[in-house]
Each structure stands twice: as C-alpha cells, then as structure tokens.
Design a protein around this ligand. Structure first.
Ligand code: MN
Length: 262
C-alpha cells in the first residue's frame, strides 16, 4: 500500500484544530530537577532525577544549550515491555510501532474513592461496570483518573510513604491480569509515579500492572495531568517517548485531541 492518507479526513482534522473544534490537551507534567522520582528500596539501583547541565549560554562556549541527565522512568514517561522480566523478549522503546503511539483513550474516574483511601485499588468489576455504561474498551488507552496529579509538585505528597511504604492508588492483581490478557487495550495510563499501587510490592504477583501488562506486550504511561479535561470516551492520545535504542522507557510528551474547546 502506498503511504497516501485520506487527504479529506486529515484536512478536516487540520481545520478543526485551527478553528478550535478539536483541542489539544497537555497531559504531560513539566520535567525538571523538582520532578518527583520513585524511591526504590536501598538494595536497588536508585533512579537518577532529571537534571540539566548547562553546556553554553550565549557566551564564549556558544549559543544556549544543555546536556540532559535523567532516568528513563522519570516524570511523565512511557514503560516499554522490556522494562519487566515478563516482557524480556518484547519491544524496547525504540521498537514500538508508531501506529500504536496514536490511539483512542477512555477515562475511568475514581477520584472520590482515592480521596477517601489512597490505597484504593481498581477492580475488574469496576471496569466491567464502566463498560456497561460506556461501551467496550478501545484498542487504545485506559486512563485511570485518581486526582493524584494534584500532589505532583511535591515529592513527599506524591509518594505518600510511611514506615510501611508508599500509599498510592493502583489496580488489584485480577484487574491487571484481565486488562492485559482479555481486553484490546494497548496500554494503561495513570497519574501516579508508576502504573502499580504504592503497596504493590506485597501483591501476588508483585507489581501486577507491570507484570501482566508489559508481559502481554502492552504499555504504561505515568504521571499524567489534566485527565479531568478529557471526555470519558472519544479522546485520541498522542504518546511520544524518545526513540531510545534498547531503552526500557522514556520521558514522554503525552497530548490528547478532544472535540470541543479546552
Ligand atoms: Mn516506569
């Protein structure tokens, strides 16, 4: 097949973007040295924070430019299947087919439940109930709205840890397995520091969202913002991680196209 997109459809989209009939919503958190980073147990390699290194700044060294230093799993970022042992032989971030990075997205909202209980876990029944109201999950993204992004300016609030570890919302193991194995989803997006709950180190299996979704060749995106600006169904997500060869993930720009004004 020659690469000849339907010019009519794309022209209509371009017009809709120009006249505001379709808006672009920013779902990406600002990336800086203040961006919260997952605190790993002391026996594991720590994740380096994002950092700019000034190389030149309109001075004798040249025009303004920086080096960047960062862990792959920092800020709003993409998890590729090879990030987890269950996805060991699957895609690195550079191998993700571009068509899978532009896809529909739907939103499930548990902001109220999470406000009551930061350890709230989404269950398979919750998503099945959502489907009865809104239709089947798409071959795209399920975005899990929890309100947690309101804490993303502050490492302590965002990780919400005590002597028993972090307390942040996630999914229970059966929900993770079902989303991974029995739905057409491409991936699962969250507002929290990772796709698993803060307490998921103690689940069976441990970190079930990572284990099942990445093992099924699906993806994760984390630290999303502005999910309250999205419709429950009907948004199109553009997910743009860096094409890092061999990369297990990457900071990503994540944008949503929605009908109507932002
Ligand atoms: Mn990650």
């Amino acid at each position: 097949m020659p690469l000849s997109p339907d010019a009519g459809t794309l022209s209509a989209l371009a017009s809709a973007l120009a006249d505001g009939t379709v808006s672009v919503i920013e779902l990406t958190a600002p990336l800086s040295s203040d961006t919260p980073v997952l605190d790993l147990p002391p026996d594991m390699a720590p994740i380096p924070r994002f950092r700019l290194e000034e190389l030149a700044n309109h001075d004798e060294r040249g025009p303004y430019q920086n080096g960047i230093h960062t862990g792959e799993h920092v800020g709003t970022h993409f998890d590729a299947p090879i990030h987890w042992i269950t996805g060991l032989h699957l895609e690195d971030v550079a191998s993700v087919p571009p068509a899978r990075l532009v896809a529909p997205a739907v939103v499930i909202d548990r902001t109220d439940a999470v406000a009551e209980n930061p350890d709230f876990l989404l269950r398979r029944e919750d998503v099945e109930e959502w489907q009865r109201e809104h239709g089947p999950l798409p071959a795209g993204w399920l975005l899990y709205r929890t309100g947690w992004s309101a804490r993303s300016h502050d490492q302590k609030l965002f990780l919400n840890a005590d002597e028993n570890g972090p307390h942040t919302p996630g999914v229970d193991p059966e929900c993770a397995r079902w989303l991974a194995e029995e739905t057409p989803l491409l991936g699962f997006g969250v507002e929290t520091v990772g796709t698993d709950a803060g307490q998921a180190f103690g689940f069976e299996p441990a970190f079930p969202a990572h284990s099942y979704l990445l093992g099924a060749g699906k993806y994760g995106i984390t630290q999303l913002q502005n999910l309250h600006l999205l419709p429950v169904t009907g948004a199109v997500l553009i997910v743009a991680p860096l094409r890092i060869v061999g990369g297990s993930g990457s900071p990503a720009r994540v944008l949503a196209l929605v009908e109507g004004g932002a």
